[in-house]
Design a protein around this ligand. Structure first.
Ligand SMILES: [Zn+2]
Length: 308
C-alpha cells in the first residue's frame, strides 16, 4: 500500500506547540513505525501545492487572508494573537507543512487514479477550510484544491462522480461548502453533532448524514457507519476518506468513545466498501488530538496494507 509522506509535513513551533493540541510531529512517528513493513511503500510528494493552485478558487476575502493576514490565519489555527510573531514564521513553520500535506493529497490522488488503487496520505484532510474561509486548524481545503487540479490536468472531468467519506469526529463543513453546488460530488459524513462546527446549512448539503450524540461508543458508531455505507452507490471515479482519529475516547476534542481497535475496524469497513466497489481512493489525515492518535493510524495502516 502506498503511504504518502514527506519530512516537511511535520509542524514544529517549539514552545508554541503547546498552544494547540494537534501533534504536529505525528507523521514522523507513524513513518518510523511502518516504514520498514514489506506491505508498505512510502512515497514522497515532489512539491507542496502552489499559490496558483490555492488562489485559483479562493474568494476575495480568502485571497487577502492567505496573502498575509496574520490575525485571520492565527484565528483559523486557534492560536492566540501574538504581536511579535512574524507572519513569515507562521508561514514557514505551519502553513508550508500544510501545503506539503496538501501536495501529498494531490500526488496520492494522481497515483490512485493511474493505478486504480487505494492509498493513504498521512497529512491533509483539512475539511473545515473552503474557498471562502479558513477555520478549525484548516487553512487549505486539500480535497477541493486537488479536485480542481485534477480537472485542470484532464485526469477527471466535471461529469465524473466523486465520493467523500468523512469519518473524522467533526462535521466536514469546508468540504460541504466547497462542493455546495456540485452534485457530482457525494458526501457521506458521520460526526459528533454536539460539537464544532454548528453550521446547519453545510450539514444540509451532506447526502448521507450520520449525526451522533456526544459520548457515542464504538458499537453504535460502527453499526451506524455500516448502514450509511450500504446506502452508497458504487459508480465513483475517485473517493477521498477523511480518516481523522479524533473519534478515540482519549481525544480531548472529538467527544466520541471509540477504542483503537474500533477505530481500526472503522477504517476497515470503509476500505472494504471501496475495494469491493473498485473505486480509486485516497485516505487523508484529518484531525486527531490525543496521544493515541499516531498509534491508531499505525495499527490501521498495518491492518489495511495486508489487504491492499
Ligand atoms: Zn476532527
Amino acid at each position: 500500500m502506498n503511504i504518502y509522506y514527506h519530512p516537511n509535513y511535520n509542524i514544529s513551533l517549539g514552545v508554541l506547540n503547546y498552544l494547540h493540541p494537534f501533534d504536529g510531529l505525528k507523521f514522523k512517528k507513524v513513518v518510523k513505525a511502518i516504514g520498514d513493513l514489506p506491505s508498505v511503500n512510502i512515497v514522497e510528494p515532489l512539491k507542496p501545492i502552489s499559490s496558483e493552485q490555492i488562489l485559483v478558487s479562493a474568494s476575495g476575502l480568502m485571497k487577502r487572508a492567505l496573502n498575509g493576514n496574520k490575525r485571520v490565519i492565527l484565528q483559523a489555527l486557534e492560536i492566540p494573537y501574538i504581536p511579535l510573531l512574524p507572519f513569515s514564521v507562521i508561514d514557514k513553520r505551519i502553513l508550508l507543512p500544510m501545503r506539503w500535506g496538501s501536495g501529498g493529497t494531490l500526488k496520492a490522488s494522481i497515483d490512485a487514479l493511474e493505478n486504480n488503487s487505494i492509498c493513504w496520505n498521512l497529512s491533509g484532510g483539512y475539511h473545515h477550510a473552503s474557498q471562502h474561509s479558513a477555520q478549525g486548524f484548516c487553512i487549505y481545503n486539500d480535497i477541493g484544491i486537488t479536485y480542481e487540479e485534477l480537472i485542470n490536468q484532464g485526469r477527471i472531468s466535471s461529469s465524473d462522480k466523486i465520493l467523500i467519506i468523512d469519518i473524522d469526529a467533526h462535521h466536514g463543513n469546508g468540504n460541504a461548502r466547497w462542493f455546495c453546488e456540485n452534485k457530482q460530488v457525494t458526501l457521506l459524513d458521520i460526526y459528533n453533532d454536539d460539537i464544532y462546527p454548528k453550521t446547519f446549512s453545510s450539514k444540509q448539503r451532506v447526502d448521507i448524514s450520520v449525526p451522533l450524540k456526544n459520548g457515542t461508543g464504538g458499537v453504535e458508531y460502527l453499526n451506524s457507519l455500516k448502514l450509511a455505507l450500504a446506502k452508497l452507490k458504487t459508480d465513483f471515479k475517485l473517493a477521498f476518506v477523511v480518516a481523522g482519529t479524533d473519534v478515540l475516547s482519549t481525544d480531548p476534542l472529538g467527544g466520541l468513545k471509540l477504542t483503537i481497535e474500533e477505530s481500526v475496524k472503522r477504517d476497515q469497513l470503509v476500505f472494504d466498501f471501496l475495494k469491493q466497489a473498485n473505486i480509486s481512493s485516497v485516505f487523508v489525515g484529518g484531525g486527531g488530538y490525543s496521544k493515541d492518535s499516531s498509534k491508531a493510524i499505525i495499527e490501521s495502516i498495518k491492518n489495511l496494507s495486508q489487504s491492499a
